[in-house]
Write a protein that binds this ligand. Structure first.
Ligand SMILES: [Zn+2]
Length: 285
């Protein structure tokens, strides 16, 4: 089927109490692996790419892979740009048929974040594109922005609710203590804030930094309205290790399709595990 906006997908997930996995892919093979896992499990899915990855391949190239893969898939698939601070990159996504975008103006003061996010919602709405926006700053290393855990600040629930009331978002990403990258200790999640936000808005919430969270934390977050869970770091590891491990085990084999296939299977298996964990299996109707 054609690529779809993540907006109705996430609204349904929040209503029915599961989360859609949003997987950060880096090339055609990883996109194909995510879709294959989703299709096998009859699950809706979000394929998301970083601004850095768009700069490497181009908007149009990625959209072409995804249109081709999406049209062959029998499950709803959204094509999303993750953590975009540049409205010009978002314009490129809209022009090339992407179905979903994240504006990350979270480093700006509240009013400026709101204004920038509103500008993107207004740009995207006529094209039926769903928008994700962030409040507070999610810790970790993302793109060229490095927010130390000390400096990262969590979303204020009152501001978060005002933000959600002001904008018609597909997903809202409040900083609640999860982080990008690999957790060094037990992550401390601000469940009190998440609960206050969840109680005050029906907007589907996006959980960033999904890699390394315990199942207990994940299920609790889904129960508190997190309908989109981002998996980036673990997918990068499976992508690289899948290829390298094959070559280590078969050092004389220089048939490239074999390590490429091992990489594909590693990513597909990883994605399938998360889709099951998030409750998405069988939800594609
Ligand atoms: Zn993130």
């Amino acid at each position: 089927m054609p690529l779809v906006s993540m907006k109705p997908m996430l609204a349904e997930a929040r209503r029915r109490g599961y989360a859609v996995g949003a997987f950060n892919t880096v090339d055609y093979g990883s996109c194909k692996a995510v879709l294959a896992a989703a299709e096998e499990l009859r699950a809706p899915v979000i394929v998301q790419l970083s601004v850095k990855t768009i700069a490497y391949w181009s908007h149009g190239t990625i959209a072409a892979w995804m249109r081709e893969l999406g049209e062959r898939a029998a499950v709803p698939v959204a094509l999303h740009v993750d953590h975009c601070k540049d409205v010009k990159v978002i314009e490129g996504c809209i022009a090339h048929g992407w179905t979903s975008v994240m504006i990350d103006a979270s480093a700006l003061p509240y009013e400026e974040n709101l204004a920038r996010s509103r500008q993107v919602v207004e740009m995207a709405a006529p094209h039926g594109i769903g928008v994700e926006a962030e409040l507070g700053q999610i810790a970790g290393v993302e793109e060229d922005l490095s927010v130390t855990e000390q400096d990262a600040h969590l979303a204020d629930p009152q501001k978060a609710l005002a933000f959600c009331r002001a904008l018609d978002l597909a997903a809202f990403a409040p900083a609640i203590g999860t982080a990008h990258g690999l957790y060094k200790g037990e992550p401390r999640i601000a469940f009190d804030r998440l609960e206050a936000i969840s109680r005050g808005t029906e907007t589907p919430l996006a959980l960033h930094g999904g890699t390394g969270l315990s199942d207990e934390i994940i299920q609790r977050c889904i129960g508190l309205g997190c309908a989109k869970i981002n998996i980036s770091t673990q997918l990068k590891h499976s992508f690289v290790d899948g290829f390298v491990d094959y070559h280590r085990q078969n050092p004389k084999d220089y048939e490239p399709l074999k390590p490429i296939d091992a990489q594909y299977r590693a990513v597909k298996d990883l994605v399938a595990g998360y889709v099951r964990q998030f409750g998405g299996a069988g939800k594609a109707g």
